[in-house]
Write a protein that binds this ligand. Structure first.
Ligand code: R5P
Length: 296
């Protein structure tokens, strides 16, 4: 049985198709004071009616909760889903976190800082037997969970929409994403790989140092784990256009595309943007479901 978080409904449907597991009925509701409430397989989930303590479809089931923690509300919602599933008598709970929020706060950067990734991982661990993440910002965040945690690589899925590239160059915008460009190139089948060097000056200010790889007249595919504010990618695109690139496609596993990221990318001259459905956006044209299914 698959239980979907509100931000991962499309991915849960794809995962249901990929695994043959049924989708549980789930509903989401906000109280007037802003607090959030879910209902799993019970009286509210299919539109009302029924007994508040009858949740027969989950009793004795191995349940997979699929919920990207894209917001603070989504974090609370995940804890609620886990609690409801346990309460309904699930025999086991696997929590799939396609996009793990707070994973980039994986260390205490200043004296007095929390390790936020550890804090949320510990909370999530209380309601599950194991965790599956997709391209977490750093693999080390898996160690913050108190239950077995694995990660899967959805980057090869990003090759699927690419076709007829001219002399392609697969480029990571920084050394942190150095393994992702070869991963997409290998799935595409042909092309060179390289990476830029990035220095981050603040949340939205980055400087990109280009590589020596020739880009003139080539189709370049930029590959990163996350596009958040779009600063990393827009600076990279600007560098490429200074060097008379033929086209620039921006790809990422997690297309957060926060605030004015799309405008930044458009103004920088991007030709195409797409990502996976770990974060559900109009640009989420490929599904991470097949690689998640393999890990279940
Ligand atoms: C950072 O190391 C990540 O790999 C991404 O490059 C970064 O999170 C992108 O953030 P933004 O879109 O805000 O530049």
């Amino acid at each position: 049985m698959i239980v979907a978080g509100s931000a991962s409904q499309s991915l849960a449907v794809a995962l249901s198709a990929a695994t043959g597991r049924d989708l549980a009925a789930v509903s989401f509701e906000a109280f007037p004071d802003g607090e959030w409430k879910v209902n799993v397989g019970g009286s509210d989930a299919d539109g009302g009616g029924g007994d508040a303590d009858s949740t027969p479809e989950l009793a004795g089931e191995e349940v997979v909760v699929v919920a990207s923690t894209v917001s603070d509300r989504a974090h609370v919602e995940l804890l609620q889903l886990q609690d409801a599933v346990r309460e309904a008598g699930a025999s086991g709970v696997t929590t799939v976190i396609p996009y793990m929020g707070y994973a980039r706060q994986n260390e205490a950067f200043l004296s007095g800082d929390p390790v936020s990734a550890r804090a949320v991982a510990r909370a999530i661990s209380t309601g599950t037997d194991r965790v599956v993440t997709v391209n977490p910002h750093e693999e080390t965040v898996r160690e913050f969970f108190d239950v077995p945690a694995t990660s899967v690589d959805a980057a090869p899925r990003l090759a699927e929409p690419l076709d007829d590239l001219a002399d392609p160059l697969f480029l990571s915008p920084d050394a942190g994403a150095i393994d992702l460009a070869p991963s997409v190139r290998d799935a595409y089948g042909v092309g060179e790989t390289d990476h830029f060097e990035k220095t981050r000056h603040s949340g939205e200010e980055v400087a990109i140092e280009p590589s020596e790889a020739p880009v003139e007249g080539r189709d370049v595919v930029l590959v990163d784990d996350i596009v958040a504010t779009g600063s990393t990618m827009s600076e990279s695109i600007a560098v490429l256009h200074d060097r008379e690139v033929e086209s620039v496609t921006v790809t990422c596993v997690h297309p957060l595309l926060a605030r004015n990221a799309r405008l930044k990318l458009a103004r920088a001259g991007v030709d195409r943007i797409f990502g996976t459905d770990t974060v559900e956006r109009p640009e989420s044209v490929v599904s991470a479901a097949p690689v998640i299914a393999d890990a279940l």
